[in-house]
Ligand binder design. Structure first.
Ligand code: B12
Length: 483
């Protein structure tokens, strides 16, 4: 084993997906640790040409006291790609074990959905479900002195051969002053075309399929607008001027979204930054659209899901088709690009409801629309109950997966309504009928050409960014199509 460093925390970004997205979660954790007086070293595997060599080199210098792995994506959430990243994480853990005997803790947004299963599968000592800032500092301190793990919010640990866990770490008070100088954000901007900023955590909507409440909690926890604006300024000062929100939905709650815009507008940051956001379709109104545009927002991706009243009820969405029309109208009026993300193929979807949705979207004319097919079924969401209500999982013709054996929602498992027939992607493509505003689903045949908007290993996107494109990925892809 290499020499032991003085007490030190090594944080590793495990996400090597292209285009590269900056590990903002790891950066927030790193900054919290530094502020707590902990020495931190970061190994960013996304920016290494040869990850194995980078690992050996990193640990040759010394052995840390704790190794933290950031695990953002458990899978790519896209059918029929269905790429699963957990085996890769387990392999990485084994590689690290050959170089260091330090305990390993894993955290991250995807990780938090399946926390205990991943701790078991990857065979690590610790996991953190939820926010990592306080938990990482707490764990580090307890390892130095005490080992009273029960005290640490969100921690999963092993005790006498059993896995134990406390409540998830979702602290109500979110004070996160960050300078954003712990990772190489400039390189991420060049390779990923945008950098993220977060205004809140948690979502109180109960959308049938959504895993966000599992990783972030179901109560919105807002950051102080002043801290958010400071953070954006520090990115701007380094030339990073195209940004993307990292909230579940920027407009929930509306009052906080307005407060953030107000602070950005007070500092005239809208003249320097361009940003994109994920929004729920409601609440959204003329006052909000104008405030967002003034604050620098140039594009919105709405969680539209469907325009069929029946499917919107199934998805537990509070909006109606007329709200979708209003959202598109307000974006156009205020000069913001607009994408509507659709989820086709949920429980009860029929060719009629799918046609109703696609026809309606064509009519209201957003800049683009995503037609994802295949809803990732996450344990702990309403989707599991909806699928269960249809009968035994193993014989449910709606479940799509690439693994064999029993249905296990830990592995990428998707649902497409059997009502859409044997070739649902074909059906949707026919409904789209070549309309370039739509990102089409990819057909299920193994050799089918990818036609969707999966950003996993998307070389078209990565090449465009390398050539200078900046912005939300849907906006870059949309512009590439338009030539
Ligand atoms: C914004 C966003 C995007 C933006 C990113 C913009 C940007 N510049 O950052 C875009 C649109 C590009 C995007 C793309 C994708 N995304 Co996305 N995205 C999100 C979203 C909304 C926010 C993620 C985020 O940055 N959160 C803010 C940070 C601060 O939180 P965090 O990462 O969780 O970190 C905290 C903790 O997890 C923990 N933590 C983090 N690291 C560590 C490390 C240690 C050691 C510890 C202890 C703790 C810890 O502490 C941190 C601070 O509290 C999430 C959903 C959500 N609400 O979080 C989905 C989400 C992460 N995305 C998801 C997916 C699938 C993707 C794609 C793969 C989709 C695709 N196929 O194209 C790509 C992957 C891109 C890539 N290269 O990785 C899934 C992952 C689910 C899963 N099954 O794993 C999520 C959860 C959405 C969902 N529910 O389906 N995404």
């Amino acid at each position: 084993m290499p020499l032991r460093y003085p007490p030190m925390l090594t944080l590793i970004n495990t996400n090597r997906m292209v285009p590269a997205i900056a590990p903002i979660g790891l950066e927030y954790v790193a900054e919290a640790a530094v502020r707590a007086g902990i020495e931190v070293s970061i190994l960013d595997l996304a920016l290494c040409e040869q990850p194995e060599a980078a690992l050996s080199e990193h640990f040759a210098g010394g052995n840390p006291s704790l190794i933290g792995l950031s695990f953002r994506n458990v899978d790519d959430c896209f059918w029929p790609s269905a790429q699963w990243f957990v085996p890769g994480l387990a392999q990485l853990v084994q590689d690290i074990r050959r170089l260091s005997d330090a305990p390993i803790v894993v955290g991250g947004v995807g990780f938090s959905v399946f926390a205990q299963r991943i701790v078991e599968y990857a065979d690590v000592e610790f996991g953190v479900r939820g926010d990592g800032e306080g938990a990482t500092v707490g764990l580090y301190r307890q390892l130095q002195n005490g080992r009273d793990f029960e005290k640490i919010p969100g921690l999963i640990w092993r005790h006498n051969g059993q896995i134990r866990s406390g409540e998830p770490a979702w602290p109500a008070d979110l004070s996160l002053p960050v300078r954003r100088n712990m990772i190489d954000n400039a390189t991420y901007f060049a390779r990923g075309g945008q950098c993220g900023f977060e205004t809140k955590r948690g979502c109180n909507r109960q959308c049938l399929y959504c895993a966000d409440p599992l990783s972030k909690g179901s109560v919105p926890r807002s950051r102080k607008p002043v801290e958010i604006a400071d953070e954006i300024e520090s990115l701007l000062n380094r030339g990073i001027d195209v940004l993307h929100t990292c909230d579940a939905e920027f407009n929930i709650p509306r009052s906080h979204a307005m407060a953030v815009c107000e602070e950005l507008n007070r500092r005239s940051l809208g003249t320097r930054a361009r940003w994109y956001a994920y929004l729920a379709v409601t609440p959204f109104d003329a006052e909000m659209a104008a405030a967002m545009r003034k604050a620098g927002c140039v594009g919105i991706n709405f969680t539209g899901d469907s325009a069929s009243a029946r499917m919107l009820r199934t998805y537990r969405q509070p909006h109606r088709s007329e709200d979708l029309a209003n959202a598109v109208h307000l974006c156009r009026e205020n000069g913001m690009k607009v994408m509507i993300d659709l989820l086709l193929g949920g429980p009860g979807e029929t060719p009629q409801t799918a046609a109703e949705t696609i026809d309606f979207i064509k009519k209201i004319d957003p800049d683009c629309a995503g037609t994802s097919m295949g809803i990732r079924v996450y344990p702990g969401t309403g989707m599991v109950d909806a699928v269960k209500a249809e009968g035994p999982f193993e014989t449910n013709p709606g479940l799509r997966r690439k693994y064999t054996g029993e249905v296990d929602f830990f592995q990428p498992t998707f649902y497409i309504s059997p009502g859409l027939g044997p070739e649902p992607a074909r059906l949707v493509k026919d409904l789209i009928d070549g309309d370039q505003r739509f990102f089409e689903p990819t057909a299920e045949q193994p050799d089918a050409e990818a036609t969707d908007h999966n950003y996993n290993d998307n070389t078209e996107l990565a090449d465009a960014i390398a050539a200078g494109a900046r912005g939300a990925y849907w906006d870059i892809l949309r512009q590439l199509r338009a030539g």
